[in-house]
Design a protein around this ligand. Sequence first.
Ligand code: RP5
Length: 164
Amino acid sequence: MIKPSNYFIRVVMGSKNDWPVMKNACKVLKEFEISYDSSIVSAHRTPTKLTQFAKESEKMNCTFFIAGAGGSAHLPGMLAAFSPIPVIGVPISSKELNGLDSLLSIVQMPYGIPVGTTAIGVAGAKNAALLIVSILSNQDDTLKKKYHRFRAIQTKKVLQSRIK
Ligand code: RP5
């Protein structure tokens, strides 16, 4: 966890091998001074921990989950099944199918239990955090200013970039 704020995001992943991707979501949350923690919870290897984690997160007033998983990637969907906290799923690239399996698994939630899904990999992990920033910005002027500044800097960089 970093600084206290009005929000608390739980970044969760199915394996420690997902961390090189998922740490990028944490970096963005830190940049925007949003409190978070990070955990490894596997839907298929630690199913009991998953149910406890989902329930405990409600008590902790968790605002969003960012859940990264690879392969059959049921972690985001199962978290959404066990708690009403909004879940953004990040498909992690798999060796065999390059993350297409993870993407399709996370994105194809049947009606009734929604999971937002980002792009596969690092861009998706960063965008999961940015998406949360943009949603929370709607009701938080301080965050809105930071988000506008982030986008303005990004735009400026692109406009100033030159091909040698
Ligand atoms: C999923 O299975 C994890 O999210 C990971 O991406 C994938 C493979 O896990 P490891 O075998 O690398 O631990 O649960």
